[in-house]
Design a protein around this ligand. Structure first.
Ligand code: FES
Length: 118
């Protein structure tokens, strides 16, 4: 694990978000209600981008594709996609619940840093 400087702190205004590249990972940085979060920008369900996901009042990001939801702080699954009964059984085989990878984030010397395994 190592800390990587990814952005100037000024570049992430309140209630904004931005995707940054660290190694081969796309990481979604969010400034939500004054708190910074860093999560993988790939939903664990089908690896589709989370960037446009809504944030719930209890701090979860909702995938814009099939509505799975993940705690922004821990990555814990709050809700997993549900499929119509006819496809549900088949899709459950390729759709095991997985937490969203989250990364420590801090501001130092006017920059945002993320700790990522490289
Ligand atoms: S890609 Fe996110 S719930 Fe399906």
């Amino acid at each position: 694990m190592s800390w990587t400087k990814v952005l100037s702190a000024d570049a992430l205004s309140p209630d904004s978000r931005q995707v940054v590249k660290v190694g081969n990972r796309d990481i979604l940085l969010l400034n939500h209600q004054g708190q910074l979060y860093a999560v993988e920008n790939a939903c664990p369900h089908l690896k589709l981008p989370l960037k446009k996901g809504k944030i719930t009042e209890d701090g979860a990001i909702v995938c814009p594709w099939h509505r799975s939801a993940f705690d922004l702080r821990t990555g814990e699954v709050k809700k997993w996609v549900t499929w119509p009964p006819l496809v549900g059984k088949a899709m459950s085989i390729v759709s095991q619940q997985k937490a969203l990878p989250v990364f420590p984030v801090r501001v130092e010397d006017g920059s945002i840093w993320i700790e990522v395994e490289q």
